[in-house]
Design a binder for this molecule. Structure first.
Ligand SMILES: Cc1cc2nc3c(=O)[nH]c(=O)nc-3n(C[C@H](O)[C@H](O)[C@H](O)COP(=O)(O)OP(=O)(O)OC[C@H]3O[C@@H](n4cnc5c(N)ncnc54)[C@H](O)[C@@H]3O)c2cc1C
Length: 422
């Protein structure tokens, strides 16, 4: 059974570890890793924005830690929200300590009303927030933050991506979080692993090593003949029995030449992320890992501090920050100056001359839009592709919202399916 894998990110490389034999990986990039690559500039180490390893499953944890060639530090998350000029702990809904009294009142009374109403409205993300979190928390965080991130009407966003990603507090948690600073630990990512050296790409390098002879880099798949099971790329073609695709589903469908798939692909939506990474000349006193920024006056929805993931991410005594901006369409021309202005306003930077180096990075299709079209179309497509010998895996292969660990798991599952002839 010959298997061809498209893509050498976490999903494709993990599939390779299971298959062992009779497979090949075609990777468009010059290095494996997809978005889990790392760039070094001016002595600063920058990932494609924050890529922190949250491990929840024994099998994948063992696999990832075993293969990572450098020390993995386990770090207790310090994440905060910046709103009304105040930093509050993550998650916002359970940590209102320090917010202006009228905001706290709005959040608390809204939450109590929603609780008393006791009707979870699942008709859209917006309605779900209002019915479960209440008006205040929705208005002051959930809706502005997610609007900024998704750049799509929230009454058109469905709930199928929510899963573990949005913590739902109890009333006791909310009251505790108003009275005192609250403790870390709530939410799906209370701690994370991060390589001591080499950024997140160190993990990729470790997983890539044992299978690298089977990976053909700089080789973008250009066409897929589903009927005759042939993959075409710039310098040749390969016949397959099973195809594992981890490249973005939307783009994969366009390569099939099938008019039904091409039509379906056109309705799938995603947002690009523009990330400005800044190395600065001074030491930052902060030990905060990242900050959610819901207010519309700031262009970014989140900033983070790579030097807090590992001290080796910045030259001794210096610091770094990344800012993530969600983009629908073209990246605005003045985006860098708007980001820098925002960072100065937040007092993350003192002034422009603080900047030693900067590196813009673009992450296409970063956030899939979960609308009713995606929810009904993707499972149908997946079923049809499966029947044609194609298995999809990974965040973009499955056109979903998921993590590096999920990609590892899905890659392994896809390989087992392919090897079993399913
Ligand atoms: C802003 C942002 C922040 C994130 N932060 C985190 C985090 O903190 N923690 C976490 O666990 N996850 C995080 N993720 C998710 C993480 O990036 C993904 O889960 C992971 O990269 C998915 O790996 P993959 O193998 O499925 O996809 P990819 O890594 O994208 O692999 C697919 C590969 O296919 C290749 N390819 C594409 N087209 C072709 C073609 N035509 N021919 C051949 N090859 C092709 C690509 O070059 C790529 O290498 C984040 C994602 C984003 C967007």
């Amino acid at each position: 059974m010959k298997t061809v894998i498209i893509g050498a990110g976490f999903a494709g490389l993990s599939a390779a570890h299971i298959l062992k034999d009779n497979f090949i990986i075609l990777e468009a990039g010059a290095r494996p890793g997809g978005l889990c690559r790392t760039e070094v500039k001016g002595g600063f180490t920058f990932d494609y924005t924050g890529h922190l390893m949250h491990l929840r499953h024994k099998e994948t944890e063992k696999f990832i830690l075993k293969h990572t060639p450098v020390k993995m530090n386990k770090i207790k998350r310090k994440a905060v929200i910046f709103s009304s000029g105040v930093y509050t702990k993550y998650p916002y809904q359970a940590n209102n300590y320090g917010l202006p009294p009228e905001t706290v009142e709005e959040n608390l009374t809204g939450f109590i009303r929603a609780k008393l109403n006791n009707k979870e409205d699942k008709s859209s993300f917006k309605n779900w927030c209002l019915s479960v979190m209440g008006e205040g928390i929705s208005k002051n965080f959930m809706l502005p933050y997610n609007s900024k991130l998704l750049k799509h009407p929230l009454d058109k966003i469905t709930l199928s991506w929510l899963g573990r990603f949005v913590p739902r507090p109890e009333i006791e948690d909310i009251i505790k979080g108003i009275e005192e600073k609250g403790k870390e630990g709530a939410g799906y990512n209370a701690s994370f692993y991060y390589p001591e050296r080499g950024g997140i790409e160190s993990v990729i390098r470790g997983i890539y090593g044992p299978v690298k002879d089977k990976v053909i880099l700089n080789t973008a798949v250009k066409k897929v003949d589903l009927k005759n099971r042939i993959v075409y790329f710039s310098s040749g073609e390969i016949k397959y029995d099973r195809l594992i695709s981890t490249m973005p589903l939307k783009k994969f469908l366009m390569l099939t030449g099938n008019s039904g798939y091409i039509k379906a692909a056109k309705g799938l939506k995603a947002r690009t992320v523009y990330s400005l990474n800044v190395g600065y000349k001074t030491a930052s006193p902060t030990d905060i890992n990242w900050v959610y920024v819901p207010e519309p006056e700031y262009p970014f929805y989140r900033i983070g501090f790579p030097h807090t993931f590992s001290t080796y991410n910045a030259p001794a005594g210096l610091s770094s920050v990344f800012a993530e901006v969600s983009v629908k369409g073209a990246v605005p021309k003045n985006i860098d100056s708007e980001i820098i202005k925002g960072l100065i306003k937040m007092k993350v930077l003192r002034n422009k001359s603080d900047i030693k180096t900067s590196l813009p990075l673009l992450l296409p299709d970063a956030y899939v839009i979960f609308d009713s079209y995606r929810d009904s179309t993707v499972p149908e497509i997946e079923k049809k592709l499966n029947a044609q010998g194609v298995i999809t895996a990974g965040r973009w292969g499955k056109w979903e919202y998921s993590s590096m660990e999920d990609a590892v798991m899905e890659g392994m599952q896809a390989a087992k399916k392919a090897a079993g002839g399913a």
